[in-house]
Ligand binder design. Structure first.
Ligand code: SAH
Length: 240
C-alpha cells in the first residue's frame, strides 16, 4: 500500500524518504489499532486510508506548496483535524512547518497526542476544544499563515470558525466537492463580516472531482467573531 503512496506523491513532486514512508506506516498502524475502539475514520481499510486520507492530504500540500501558500517555515493550523487530516501528512512531508491541530472531541484529540508522540513530530501542538472558543485566545487568534479545514463545516460557518485564526495576509484553505461555487456564493455575508476574499482553484485528486476554496484574510476580524459555540453552524452569517 505504501508503494502507492510513494508513487502518487512523487507524481505530484513530493519525494518521500525512507524515514517519511516509515512514519506513514506507523500512522496507518496506530490508526488501525485505535479505530477498533473509537470511530476515527469512516473506514480504516488500509487502501482507503492511503488513498482517501494520506494521498489527498499530500496532494493538498503539494498544490499549496506549488503556489507558495505553504512554505517550509509556515505556521499551519488544522481546525477539526479528526484523525489528523490533512495536517499530519503535510507535517510528515514538510517537517519544518510549525503545526497546531484543533479537535473538539477529546478522544480524537487523545489519538492525535498519541500520534504526535509515536511519529516523533516536533513543533506540533494538539489543542482540545472548539474553534469558536479557541479563536478568542490571544496566542492563537490572527497568528497563522495557513489554516486548513477538511470536512468540518459548509463554507459560511467555516469562514467564521476558522478565518479568525489567520493573520492578515494569511489564508484559509478547504477542499470542497463539486458544490464549491455554491458554497462560495452562500458565504458572501460571512466573508465580509470576518474579513476575507475567496478564490476557487482546481484540485487534482483521484476519485470524485474536488476544488480548493482559498480564502485570503484581508483585514482583522471584529472581536465579536466567532460567535458562541454552535452558532456559526446553526445560524450561519447571511443565512435565512
Ligand atoms: N479533518 C478531518 C476530520 C473531519 S470530521 C478529515 O478530513 O478527515 C470533522 C471533525 O471536526 C470532527 O472530528 C469534529 O469533532 C471536528 N469539529 C467539528 N466542529 C468543530 C469545531 N467547531 N471546533 C473544533 N473541532 C470541530
Amino acid at each position: 500500500m505504501l508503494d502507492v503512496l510513494e508513487r502518487e506523491s512523487a507524481a505530484r513532486g513530493v519525494r518521500l524518504g525512507a524515514g517519511q514512508i516509515a512514519q506513514f506506516g506507523a500512522y496507518l498502524d496506530l490508526l488501525t489499532d485505535w479505530q477498533s475502539r473509537l470511530n476515527l475514520v469512516g473506514s480504516a481499510d488500509p487502501d482507503t486510508v492511503v488513498r482517501r486520507h494520506f494521498i489527498e492530504s499530500l496532494a493538498l500540500g503539494a498544490a499549496l506548496r506549488e503556489r507558495e501558500i505553504l512554505r517550509p517555515d509556515s505556521r499551519v493550523l488544522d481546525v477539526g483535524a479528526g484523525a489528523g487530516f490533512p495536517g499530519v501528512p503535510i507535517k510528515i512531508a514538510w517537517p519544518s512547518v510549525d503545526l497546531t491541530l484543533i479537535e473538539a472531541t477529546a478522544k480524537k484529540a487523545a489519538f492525535l497526542e498519541a500520534l504526535v508522540d509515536a511519529l516523533g513530530l516536533d513543533r506540533t501542538t494538539v489543542l482540545t476544544g472548539r474553534a469558536e472558543t479557541l479563536a478568542h485566545d490571544r496566542a492563537l487568534r490572527g497568528s497563522f499563515d495557513l489554516v486548513l479545514a477538511r470536512a468540518v463545516a459548509p463554507l459560511p460557518a467555516l469562514v467564521e470558525l476558522a478565518l479568525p485564526f489567520a493573520r492578515v495576509g494569511g489564508r484559509l484553505v478547504s477542499p470542497k466537492g463539486s458544490r464549491a461555487d455554491d458554497e462560495v456564493q452562500a458565504a458572501g455575508a460571512a466573508l465580509s463580516a470576518i474579513g476575507g476574499r475567496t478564490i476557487v482553484l482546481p484540485f487534482d485528486v483521484p476519485g470524485p472531482p474536488q476544488r480548493l476554496v482559498v480564502v485570503a484574510k484581508l483585514r482583522e476580524t471584529p472581536a465579536e467573531y466567532p460567535r458562541r459555540p454552535g452558532l456559526p453552524a446553526k445560524s450561519p452569517l447571511g443565512g435565512k
